[in-house]
Design a protein around this ligand. Structure first.
Ligand SMILES: Nc1nc2c(ncn2[C@@H]2O[C@H](COP(=O)(O)OP(=O)(O)OP(=O)(O)O)[C@@H](O)[C@H]2O)c(=O)[nH]1
Ligand SMILES: [Mg+2]
Length: 224
């Protein structure tokens, strides 16, 4: 990320040194059109991954508000770009999932275009968290999505989800296999988080990462 990128966040000047404390988290808006997204300079963090991987649940776990983002055991629950504002200072963004075969080809194509358009063009986007189901071996659609992020120079992290539903040995095997696949294409690994929305695993780590990013933006702005 270069300085030009951080210059965009001209409103963020306060550095937060305390441990991340979520005082407030509110739904702001739901959109399918890029031009109607919030028109401001607030940093945002988006959550993407296959349908049902646990994107909405993870957002609720991070802000500790059950039901803030709508979840369902049936894939395809989130159908738009949903902005949640946290501490009046930054956004969490819940996105529809990819790869749900039960949707029509037309719907899947519309979502693909909406998601790709959002991720590749949104200037507020500091980091895209790519959620991967920790219970399964590396999937081509997840790896393909990460490759697309790379081609578009979009900063990302990998978040393994549902760690409570898998044995420790299997978790390690799947995570290591995913890392090995990444290293076939990348020289170094992105930040990686292991999470469970159920057990609140990984909450501090993900929030610390977001805070670190927010602080870097604040530092750069204060040096201007
Ligand atoms: N055990 C367990 N279940 C989880 C976890 N995260 C999500 N789930 C369950 O997985 C299902 C899907 O969760 P969602 O958060 O709706 O998934 P999503 O990725 O937002 O799904 P779409 O919006 O449909 O793409 C729900 O039944 C959740 O309760 C987790 O960490 N552990
Ligand atoms: Mg969802």
């Amino acid at each position: 990320m270069d300085f030009g990128f951080f210059c965009y966040f001209c409103k963020i000047v306060e550095k937060n040194t305390a441990l991340m404390d979520i005082k407030k988290a509110e739904f702001l808006m739901s959109n399918t059109r890029f031009e109607f997204l919030p028109n401001d300079n607030i940093p945002e963090y988006a959550f993407i991954g296959r349908s049902n991987v646990g994107k909405s649940s993870l957002i609720n776990m991070l802000v500790q508000r059950k039901g803030l983002a709508k979840t369902s055991s049936v894939p395809g629950k989130t159908v738009a770009i949903n902005h949640f504002i946290v501490n009046d200072a930054w956004y969490l963004v819940d996105l529809p999932g990819y790869g749900y075969a039960q949707h029509s080809k037309k719907t899947r194509e519309q979502w693909r275009v909406m998601i790709n358009n959002y991720i590749s063009r949104r200037r507020n986007l500091v980091c895209t968290f790519v959620l991967v189901d920790s219970r399964i071996e590396p999937q081509n659609n997840d790896l393909g999505f990460v490759e697309w992020l790379g081609e578009n120079q979009v900063p990302f992290c990998i978040v393994f989800t549902k760690a409570d539903k898998v044995s420790k040995a299997e978790l390690e095997r799947n995570v290591e296999a995913f890392k090995a696949k990444l290293l076939e294409e990348w020289e170094e690994l992105p930040p990686i988080f292991i999470t469970s929305a159920e057990k609140k695993t990984g909450r501090d780590e993900v929030l610390d990462y977001i805070e670190q990013q927010n602080n870097e933006i604040a530092d750069l702005m204060n040096k201007r």
